[in-house]
Design a protein around this ligand. Structure first.
Ligand code: IPE
Ligand code: IPE
Ligand code: MG
Length: 248
């Protein structure tokens, strides 16, 4: 096989291993309801699933893992649930970050963090700064994240840069636009997993997901573990990524 052909094949089929896996962690409420437990019990169990998933990602050699923990629309939930979720986040940041740091995980947060209490904002900044040198796994946590508002923010920042003469409209390419997004420097997700059987993106990485492979699993997030992660990776390996080119 000539090099050109081999190169083209690599481009269309893609490697069997995703570099970047993104997960929409859904189903905590239903998990709790099925056990006649309060929703918070599902969220707590969901936090345990996050731990297992990070370990699985490391074991499988994934470089980038993005998890959707709280959407910009989730603020619409009853105040009590929002309080439970922010409380869990606070607790998670205080108890888990040291362990993640020790395991070589680099943390980064995307989303509108200004909506959280100042102490949480402070912990987020510290977690990022304290793990910035780590290289084993890049963990991106989407918090108060919404893709449309991210894209709108990028458009606004670009317009501002143009008005000030710092950016030439002719120079705006996809790469240039990507630099204005919160995912600047992060490769696009290769595989997006959603648990709980729902088949939608719910305002998650709309720009970045243009060519992602999607895997919808029936498992509820608190039950998610290594076997599900492995199954999604195997499913990915069976897919043929064409990026608009011809098959084969
Ligand atoms: C996912 O579980 C966690 C968040 C969205 C914060 P849900 O709370 O959405 O659980 P279901 O969808 O009601 O089962
Ligand atoms: C998506 O789940 C957001 C997160 C997993 C954080 P939701 O449960 O909020 O999504 P919808 O409302 O069912 O689309
Ligand atoms: Mg849900």
């Amino acid at each position: 096989m000539s090099q050109a052909v081999a190169g083209r094949e690599a481009e269309t089929a893609g490697p069997a291993m995703p570099r970047h896996v993104a997960i929409i962690m859904d189903g905590n409420g239903r998990w709790a309801a099925s056990r006649h437990l309060p929703r918070i019990a599902g969220h707590r169990e969901g936090a345990r699933a996050v731990r297992r998933t990070i370990e699985a990602a490391i074991r499988h050699g994934v470089e980038w893992l993005t998890i959707y923990a709280f959407s910009s629309e989730n603020w619409r939930r009853p105040a009590g649930e929002v309080l439970d979720l922010t409380g869990l986040l606070r607790q998670y940041l205080r108890t888990e970050v040291a362990e993640l740091a020790k395991n070589g995980v680099r943390l980064r947060f995307i989303g509108d963090r200004t909506r959280f209490d100042p102490d949480i904002q402070n912990d987020l900044a510290q977690a990022e700064a304290g793990t910035a040198q780590n290289t084993r796994l890049n963990l991106i946590v989407a918090l108060s994240y919404g893709s449309r508002s991210e894209i709108l923010g990028a458009a606004r920042a670009m317009a501002e840069a143009m008005r000030e003469g710092r950016l030439d409209p002719e120079a705006v390419t996809e790469t240039c636009f990507g630099r204005f997004l919160s995912t600047d420097g992060i490769p696009d997700p290769d595989l997006i997993i959603r648990t709980s059987g729902e088949q939608r993106l719910s305002n998650f990485l709309l720009w970045q997901a243009a060519y992602a492979e999607l895997a919808f699993l029936d498992v509820l997030w608190p039950d998610f573990g290594d076997t599900h992660f492995a199954a999604a990776m195997a499913e990915y390996a069976r897919r043929e990524r064409r990026f608009g080119a011809r098959p084969g």
